[in-house]
Design a protein around this ligand. Structure first.
Ligand SMILES: Cc1ncc(COP(=O)(O)O)c(C=O)c1O
Length: 366
């Protein structure tokens, strides 16, 4: 070892991403592969966003804007915030980390759900905090009562994930209301709502909590419904004072000019995204019916993915599915063994996936 890293860094595991298409091609020896492993949009971005991104290439010799006022104004108008209640980040990922960097002191406690997205523990460790993991409720949602019980005078930050990755289960509105009435005002709550657009039914009033000045950061992304995962555009709403502190820590040019242009054009293409959303929800319903018919136990997902139990090792199922041309996510790396997470895709893709799954499971159970 040339020089030791910080002990917190030595204790971290690097992020485990869903397998990329090129890795999957190498691994399976097949050229034709469909990636259903990272909850990306199989419908792709809006054609207007692609045009805007191409045009933005003409000016890549200039630094991008730190905040793009027209985009922030459009986003604020759409969601009922003022511009000073919003910020953007290099994906939701950056915002999750920046909140901890701005607010967590060495030795503070940071509470987060488990199994869930790895960025919470990672951000807590990087900030020098003591990470406090709280198990999900049996339905796969964040257990807000257990999280409240875990709060101590040292707690500084609580990360929530709704819908939760990898279960897809959303926080119930009444659970959020109860949480908000009990959480101490000294605790900052970060709600990672990367999959919010896909929730049906009544949603918890996260945005209203921000508008009323509660210490809540509501984190969203253009990576999922909007199909811009590679461009890395996330955003967050929080009381203006919190946003000011996040801006002190954020990378100055964390959203590049191609990302700004594509995200802005996406906001203007409501027709395209309401169709994509409708088709995603219909495809999710189709997948639910088929998994139920196959007798595979699943979580009640409100996201653009579905996680179900398999009767054999999840990594083996994923490996065999690659031989059939599908990349999915075995969830052992989240701490949820024996499950597969699959992205909701257009129905014909799901039909082909389900045939492959049936073949793999029939073979595995013999
Ligand atoms: C719960 C959750 N939050 C955040 C992210 C990251 O989003 P972004 O691409 O905006 O960084 C993901 C990505 O899969 C996620 O599942």
């Amino acid at each position: 070892m040339i020089i030791d890293p910080r002990p917190e860094v030595a204790a971290m595991s690097p992020y485990t991403p869903g397998m990329s298409l090129s890795e999957a091609r190498r691994d399976s020896g097949r050229q034709q592969m469909i990636k259903l492993a990272s909850n990306e949009s199989l419908w792709g971005p809006s054609p207007h966003a692609l045009d805007a991104a191409r045009q933005a290439l003409d000016s890549i010799s200039y630094y991008p804007m730190v905040q793009e006022p027209e985009f922030i104004q459009a986003l604020a108008g759409r969601h009922g915030f003022s511009a000073d209640q919003l910020t953007v980040g290099n994906g939701a990922d950056e915002i999750l980390r920046v909140v901890a960097a701005a607010y967590v002191r060495c030795g503070d406690e940071v509470i987060y759900p488990t199994p869930s997205f790895s960025a919470y523990r990672h951000s807590a460790l990087l900030a020098g905090a003591r990470p406090v993991a709280v198990d999900l409720a049996s339905n796969g949602a964040n257990d807000l009562d257990a999280m409240l019980r875990a709060i101590t005078p040292r707690t500084r930050l609580v990360y929530l994930c709704s819908p939760n990755n990898p279960t897809g289960t959303a926080i119930a509105p009444e659970d959020w209301t109860r949480y908000l009435s009990a959480v101490p005002s000294s605790v900052l709550t970060v709600v990672d709502a990367a999959y919010d657009e896909f929730c049906q039914g009544e949603r918890p009033a996260f945005a209203a909590a921000v508008r009323s000045g509660r210490p809540v950061v509501w984190v969203r992304t253009f990576s999922k419904l909007y199909g811009l995962a590679a461009l890395r555009v996330g955003w967050a709403a929080a009381p203006a004072e919190v946003i000011r502190n996040l801006l002190r820590v954020r990378e100055p040019f964390s959203v590049n000019s191609i990302g700004w242009a594509a995200a802005r054009a996406s906001l203007e293409d409501e027709t395209y995204f309401s169709r994509v959303l409708q088709e995603t929800l219909e495809a999710r319903q189709f997948l639910v019916g088929q998994l139920d018919a196959m007798g595979l136990r699943r979580y009640r997902s409100e996201a653009n993915f579905m996680t179900f139990a398999v009767p054999v090792a999840d990594a083996d199922v994923a490996r065999q599915l690659r031989q059939h041309g599908f990349v999915v996510r075995p969830t052992s790396s989240f701490g949820l063994a024996g499950h597969i997470r699959v992205t909701v895709a257009p129905v014909p893709v799901l039909q082909a996936f389900l045939s492959a799954l049936a073949a793999v499971l029939n073979q595995g159970m013999k």
